[in-house]
Design a protein around this ligand. Structure first.
Ligand code: 5GP
Length: 211
């Protein structure tokens, strides 16, 4: 069966709980998944570490990555750049890991355009009111930032239909299991198993010749 990893993009409104979801998925299946670490010009939040949550860059450094063609995609989100470093993703896919990009919608669509086999998952909270509560409850953002993230969510809601699957993050564990099974199902798609199909056809051919 298919040994190359599958590229998965997970998007969702800021505050939908994607970060927690990803951490839990990685904790439960560390051998199966690799989580790509993005580069960003945003300042680290309290508790965030360079090279763990993000590679924190200056604007000049980020623009150099763009110039060097070192990013699969990049986008601007609420006044900052965010982008996906290319080499890590390629290495992990070749090593057979399913690679997860937790990125926003503009980036997701760019990845899908370049790599059409990418699986696009959208995570949403159960309601708009719940989204606002989660953003406020986080306590890391000013009201101004919360409002700009809500405005951005309004925009992003229009893009949900471009995704392959929509997942409601109400119960964390349920959502983790759902995400895991949707991703693992992809390995059985015929389009990811063309080598197996070709080999089977060839073997059958050889066998017929021998008889
Ligand atoms: P935050 O500042 O809350 O960590 O992230 C803001 C948004 O940027 C989130 O929607 C997140 O998914 C997105 N994001 C993080 N990394 C990347 C990336 O490499 N590329 C793109 N296009 N978006 C990203």
């Amino acid at each position: 069966m298919n040994h190359r990893g599958i590229l998965v993009v997970v998007s969702g409104f800021s505050g939908a709980g994607k970060g927690t979801l990803m951490k839990e998925l990685m904790r439960q299946y560390p051998e199966r998944y690799a989580l790509s670490i993005s580069a960003t010009t945003r300042k680290p939040r309290e508790g965030e570490q360079d090279g763990r949550e993000y590679f924190f860059k200056t604007r000049e450094e980020f623009e150099q990555l763009i110039a060097d063609n070192a990013l699969i995609e990049y986008a601007q989100y609420v006044d900052n750049y965010y982008g996906t470093p290319k080499s890590y993703v390629e290495d992990q896919l070749a090593a057979g890991k399913d690679v997860i990009l937790e990125i926003e919608i503009q980036g997701a669509l760019k990845v899908k355009q370049q790599l059409p086999d990418t699986l696009l998952l959208f995570v949403a909270p159960p309601s708009a009111a719940e989204l606002k509560n989660r953003l406020i409850g986080r306590n890391t953002e000013t009201m101004e930032v919360i409002n700009s993230r809500m405005a951005r969510a309004c925009e992003e809601a229009k893009g949900m239909e471009s995704y392959d699957y929509l997942m409601i993050n109400d119960d964390l564990q349920e959502c983790v299991q759902l995400m895991h099974s949707v991703i693992q199902d992809q390995h059985y798609r015929t389009k990811f198993n063309r080598d197996f199909a070709a080999q089977m056809a060839e073997e059958l051919n050889e066998m017929m010749k021998g008889e």
